[in-house]
Design a protein around this ligand. Structure first.
Ligand code: FES
Length: 143
């Protein structure tokens, strides 16, 4: 366990380690990204977090970068150096694996990215588990 000082961080990389991404090499991607950050002495500039499913399994392996709100798809371990290059240049032009980019109002999908299923109450209930139900409120936990 750790409580890191985030005050020097410029980027936060969320590495999906959900089951679909894990089957597509998420562990290798996670290790490659972290290794690339360490190799360049960027541990005080780029923070990483493993996550569970981010809800975009067809894009596996999924990786999300903040503060720009950039979602990447089909990421592989060998993409790690170009990803870090892109972040340090504050440009996304070198790594052509963006699936969604925050445009100030919403996440805009790139060409050739699967649209996905619209969220409806029925769909949300189908893919979520109710973990707490009290009075009139229910809280869902994604699978
Ligand atoms: S497991 Fe990574 S998006 Fe679902």
């Amino acid at each position: 366990m750790a409580t890191w000082d985030l005050s020097t961080m410029k980027h936060h990389i969320l590495l999906c380690n959900g089951s679909s991404c894990n089957k597509a090499g998420a562990e290798e991607l996670t290790q490659a990204v972290r290794s690339e950050i360490s190799k360049r002495n960027l541990d005080n500039v780029i923070h990483t977090t493993r996550t569970r499913c981010n809800g975009r399994c067809k894009d596996r392996c999924v990786l999300v970068v903040y503060p720009f709100g950039t979602w990447y798809k089909e990421m592989k371990a060998e993409d790690a150096p170009r990803l870090i290059d892109s972040l340090m240049m504050e440009s996304t032009t070198k790594l052509n694996k963006i699936s969604h980019q925050y445009n100030g109002e919403s996440f805009e999908r790139t060409v050739n990215t699967v649209e996905g299923v619209k969220k409806t109450v029925e769909k949300i209930e189908k893919v979520s588990k109710v973990i707490v139900s009290s009075e009139n409120e229910s809280f869902y936990k994604s699978n």
